[in-house]
Design a protein around this ligand. Structure first.
Ligand SMILES: [Zn+2]
Ligand SMILES: [Zn+2]
Length: 727
């Protein structure tokens, strides 16, 4: 049989089943096996009789951990597909798919500790033993009377029962075992809602429901507040009514408590919630609820795409464009959205991709007829879409990053009793600390980056490696006074407080939101109207309603326009549209002001005049011309090393050994735009092809070759298929 082990090798390992194995072995079960000098827990992928390893060299399995597979055939197939598509070690794919506790051997179903009397204990009791220990005798008698009991029940009867149990265990008179808890089928109930779906919502719900039991990809395109969640709820309800279960994927859960809340308010049924903030034990408990089928709805972030969902009926991916669906860290770079589509296809169920700003890839699939678009227009009860306009930073006075027209607009909206949202995607006080006498700039020792001034904390911090130092008052080079240059949210907050001394304001970024609940507190100050101005980063764009915000100011649109990453403008447009979605809800129309030094930029112009739709058309045309995705398939090999040359040399050698077919192109190697980060040098090589099959066939042949390269030992490297961030 062949076992997947959690090691970074793209292969399975052969073992034999001992003749005296007391359990039948099936794929998806866990086994304990010898591996090198250690023991390891692996997952059985195949139970083949034959092996390339000679039988006398095959090591036997030490222990079979499960009586039922922890992953069913469909789940194993999905993992196998992901390992192949992302060209990644299957053991590490499994590590992403299974909770850590399970990989360490925890039982897949909740168990309870059950105690019973042994035959010896029964005989001893009948002889009248134990004679001089009344509490032990009482426990023994109780267990005989009850025919065994759980530890929980025994503790209810006597909180100190374990003291009495110990000597009985030592004499072999009582014993415990872990028995699986039985899961009672709980009926679900849909709680009444007075929301009446609009005609468009009803049509969308109908389209998805007609596809129940069949594969189909539906793109639910609707602005913030257009009622996407209601479509999720009603389609999930339909799947549950068919006796099936639902999987709902969301971006980072800390940012979408409202969605989970809506599901809980609608369905009276256990909901398993899986996200990165859980402890190992909490994760195991949630996974078990999903695995046993007790939870009819599983809601989770990225890795929940691999969660067990028996009788899966529908998959929903909310905010499908969100970058958090793509794994960036570690070696296994997968896209949960793309895996969700593959999972739905294999399970033969519909998948619903919702967004106000669908990814360009997704829109391209709509154009190609592969996905069906369902559009939700703004509701009649909603205000008109906000008026967007540009402020040309070259022609007006600017004070600490805020232009005079923006200040005047804020004044006007506050006077008219509105709330204001000021967006800047840069936290800290200022991005640079400069000595005006000698030109010294506070650098990060380990990165090609400047240190950011955090004035309130009195620190200089690197946002790339986390380096942290006290904030100096004088230049370490010449002793002259230093000054912070440029703006972060902390400084904008200060400037606004000076401009509007009587207006309460609140800031929202990673520096002020440290614990769970901080964010809710800030949000509620804004929602209650206590605060009038909100200053924040990306965080303000996610899933929260501010019905009284009438003005949104985007302080700097230019970071996204001129980046080495071809996806930067897409992210910029998505952010602007998402932030703008906060304006003019309720009944008042909103206003959005975007500060830029490039008011003639074609992407900004198309966004302004034709909205996201128009932007997407322009941006897709640009991508087609440059043959970037979705008009080609891309994979990136990234390296990092202690010295700059090593990072490049490996990629050069990798390129040299490649036998590149006609329709595949290799670009690079090139150092990253910020080559040095956290003391390591980064570089990348891109592999590009218009033909997905050709690209993967090439990678299949090429990767084993570059794994053999001697220079690979001096670097850390990883392959990223369909990368969404380039550097
Ligand atoms: Zn100086
Ligand atoms: Zn740094």
């Amino acid at each position: 049989m062949r076992v997947a082990l959690d090691v970074p090798l793209r292969r399975l390992f052969d073992y034999r089943v001992p003749a005296d194995a007391h359990r039948e072995l099936r794929p998806g079960m866990r086994v304990r096996v010898p591996f090198g000098r250690f023991r390891s827990i692996g997952l059985v992928m195949e139970t083949a009789d034959s092996s390339d390893v000679p039988p006398e060299k095959l090591k036997p399995v030490i222990e079979i951990l499960d009586s039922h597979p922890v992953m069913d055939a469909a789940a194993l197939e999905l993992v196998r597909w992901a390992a192949e598509y992302y060209h990644h070690a299957i053991g590490e794919v499994l590590a992403a798919a299974l909770p850590k506790a399970l990989r360490l051997g925890a039982a897949p179903t909740a168990t309870s500790e059950c105690w019973a009397v042994t035959a010896e204990g029964q005989a001893a009791f009948e002889r009248g033993e134990p004679r001089r220990a009344p509490r032990q005798r009482e426990l023994l008698s109780r267990l005989i009377e009850m025919g065994g009991a759980t530890a929980e029940r025994l503790a209810e009867l006597d909180p100190n029962w374990r003291a009495a149990a110990r000597p009985l265990v030592a004499r072999g008179w009582i014993a415990s075992s872990d028995e699986p808890e039985t899961v009672a089928e709980e009926p679900f109930r849909v709680l009444p809602s007075d929301l009446v779906p609009s005609a468009e919502q009803a049509a969308a719900i109908e389209a998805v429901c007609e596809s129940m039991g069949r594969f189909g990809v539906f793109v639910l395109h609707g602005s913030t507040g257009s009622g996407k969640t209601e479509v999720y709820l009603r389609t999930v309800e339909r799947a549950l009514a068919r006796g099936q279960r639902a999987l709902v994927l969301v971006p980072e859960i800390g940012l979408t408590p409202q969605l989970v809340g809506r599901f809980r308010a609608r369905f009276e049924t256990p909901i398993a919630v899986l996200h990165s903030g859980l402890t190992d034990h909490e994760r195991l408990v949630a996974w078990r609820d999903a695995y046993s089928g007790r939870a009819r709805i599983v809601i989770g972030t990225r890795s929940a795409v691999f969660a067990p969902v028996p009788d899966l009926g529908i998959i929903v991916v909310d905010e499908e464009h969100d970058a958090s669906f793509k794994q960036h860290e570690g070696g296994f770079h997968y896209s949960a959205r793309d895996v969700a589509v593959v999972r739905a296809r294999r399970a033969g169920v519909p998948v619903l991709l919702g967004s106000a700003t669908p990814a360009l890839e997704t829109l391209h699939n709509v154009i190609k007829g592969r996905y069906v678009r369902l559009t939700l227009p703004r509701r009649a009860t909603q205000a008109e879409p906000p008026r967007m306009s540009l402020i040309d930073l070259r022609t007006c006075a600017v004070r600490n990053g805020i232009s005079t027209p923006a200040v005047e607009a804020i004044q006007r909206h506050l006077r008219e009793d509105g709330q204001v949202l000021v967006f800047l995607n840069r936290r800290g006080y200022a991005p640079t600390l400069l000595c005006t006498a000698c030109g010294w700039i506070a650098p990060c020792r380990d990165c090609d980056a400047r240190l950011t001034v955090h004035r309130a904390a009195g620190r200089l911090r690197c946002h790339h490696c986390g380096a942290d130092a006290p904030l100096p008052e004088r230049c370490p080079q010449c002793g002259f006074g230093v000054k912070p240059v440029g703006q972060g949210t902390e400084r904008i907050e200060e400037t606004l407080a000076e401009l509007f001394p009587d207006v309460p304001l609140v800031r929202l970024d990673r520096d002020v939101v440290r614990r769970r609940g901080d964010m809710e507190a800030a949000m509620s100050r804004m929602a209650s109207g206590e605060a009038r101005i909100l200053v924040g980063t990306q965080m303000v764009t996610k899933g929260h309603d501010f019905p009284n915000v009438t003005l949104v100011v985007v302080l700097n649109a230019d970071q996204g326009l001129f980046s080495t990453d071809f996806r930067a403008p897409e992210r910029l447009a998505q952010t602007i549209v998402q932030v703008a979605g906060r304006a003019g809800r309720g009944t008042r129309p909103g206003e959005v002001l975007i500060q830029t030094e490039f008011p003639e930029h074609p992407l900004l112009r198309s966004l302004l005049t034709e909205g996201y739709e128009g932007f997407a058309r322009t941006a897709l045309a640009e991508r087609a011309q440059a043959s970037w995705p979705p008009y080609c398939r891309l994979a990136a090999v990234r390296t990092s090393a202690r010295n700059a040359q090593d990072a490049i040399t490996f990629l050069e050698e990798a390129r040299a050994v490649a036998q590149v077919p006609k329709n595949v192109r290799i670009l690079g190697p090139a150092p990253a735009a910020m080559a040095r980060r956290a003391g390591r040098y980064h570089a990348q090589l891109l592999v590009e092809s218009p033909d997905r099959t050709a690209l993967h066939r090439f990678l299949d042949a090429w990767l084993p070759q570059i794994e053999q390269l001697r220079s690979s030992r001096r670097v850390r490297w990883a392959l990223d298929v369909d990368p969404i961030e380039l550097f």
